[in-house]
Ligand binder design. Structure first.
Ligand SMILES: Cc1cc2nc3c(=O)[nH]c(=O)nc-3n(C[C@H](O)[C@H](O)[C@H](O)COP(=O)(O)O)c2cc1C
Length: 325
């Protein structure tokens, strides 16, 4: 089983990757997308997206971090991929799924899915410029408007030389609307010889088991669900114990999440950037956590108008006390 933390712009930054990989259960992370438009990206930008480059490309807990590039120009993407590699990136992931209008208008993200040959051109160009052992992975949706090209998309990634293919089981048009159509991942998987990673709406161990059944993939990538339930990867791993073995993992409670992760997250976010950032990120995380833990949803309501980190952390400590009793 392979579980990666899916890339999420504005959500899974360096601090979040640190915290989640400390919780454990993840094999790999991918940075937020870095847009490649018309130039070689300066070192400092790569380092801003991936401070892990200063730590041999890994989080402090030793989990490799791939850099995600987004763009439509094979030569420019290849030059930037090579630069990222020289800076220490352990692998390059390519974004062929972003649905944002501005991104698509500038020839990046999901718009490339309309013409799978473009995926082939981009991936093969990047592969040709990097040492063969450097992994280049492809992240796609099922298509742009419909799913008729899903097998071609998989095939183009595979023949281009992608090491792995992650499929978010929706089209661009479907956005993030449930359900995710895992059954199409099965078709794509049957069509290629590289590992395929299922992604989209795996919110619980039960979802995971259904996804394995429908998609045929044991390997997965978790985005929003990992933010809403930080130890989900560990819970999912616990489903794989041989029959008859007692479950060895008891999920974290709301107060444990707040006490051991959330307070640390606020403090580290402030140290990483500034207080305003930490305040916004704390509110954002509390809202996501509220999907799993009702007590944290209450906390979100209490902190959503607060202005300082001190107030938020004070409120959190009170909530921890009340949840413990
Ligand atoms: C706020 C947000 C930001 C995202 N940013 C990226 C990104 O930078 N690159 C990418 O490939 N996918 C991005 N995605 C898509 C996710 O990686 C993932 O494919 C999608 O959320 C479905 O998986 P999930 O149900 O596990 O969240 C983003 C999704 C969300 C909700």
């Amino acid at each position: 089983m392979f579980i990666s933390i899916a890339p999420m712009e504005g959500v899974f930054d360096f601090i979040t990757r640190e915290i989640l990989t400390e919780v454990g259960g993840f094999d790999q992370c991918v940075t937020e997308f870095i847009r490649v438009t018309h130039q070689l990206i300066p070192d400092k930008v790569f380092l801003r997206y991936a401070p892990e480059l200063l730590n041999e490309g890994k989080t402090t807990s030793g989990v490799p971090v791939f850099l995600q590039l987004l763009g439509g120009n094979p030569n420019l993407l290849a030059e930037n991929a090579h630069k990222a590699y020289e800076l220490g990136a352990l692998g390059i992931d390519l974004n062929f799924g972003c649905p944002a209008k501005t991104v698509n208008r500038h020839d990046g993200g999901a718009t490339l899915l309309k013409n799978p040959e473009r995926l082939f051109n981009i991936i093969s160009k990047i592969k040709s410029i990097l040492p063969p052992e450097v992994p280049v992975t492809s992240k796609v949706r099922l298509g742009f408007e419909d799913k008729s090209l899903c097998k071609d998309i998989a095939q183009a990634s595979c023949s281009g030389g992608a090491t792995r293919l992650t499929v978010h089981a929706r089209t661009k048009i479907e956005g993030y609307k449930p359900p995710a159509h895992w059954e199409y991942i099965a078709q794509m998987k049957d069509h290629v010889q590289i590992p395929v990673i299922a992604n989209g709406d795996i919110w619980s161990p039960e979802d995971y088991l259904r996804c394995v059944e429908v998609s045929g993939c044991k390997d997965i990538s978790l985005g929003r669900p990992a933010f809403a339930r930080p130890d989900l990867a560990k819970e999912i791993r616990a489903t794989q114990k041989p029959k008859g073995d007692k479950p060895t993992y008891s999920p974290m409670s709301a107060h444990q999440v707040l006490e051991t992760l959330f307070l640390k997250f606020g403090k580290r976010s402030a140290d990483f950037k500034d207080e305003k950032f930490a305040v916004n990120r704390s509110k954002q995380w509390a809202r996501y956590l509220g999907r799993t833990y009702p007590g944290v949803l209450d906390l979100f309501q209490e902190i959503k108008r607060l202005k300082t980190l001190v107030e938020i952390q004070e409120c959190t400590r009170k909530k921890i006390k009340s949840l413990k009793h």
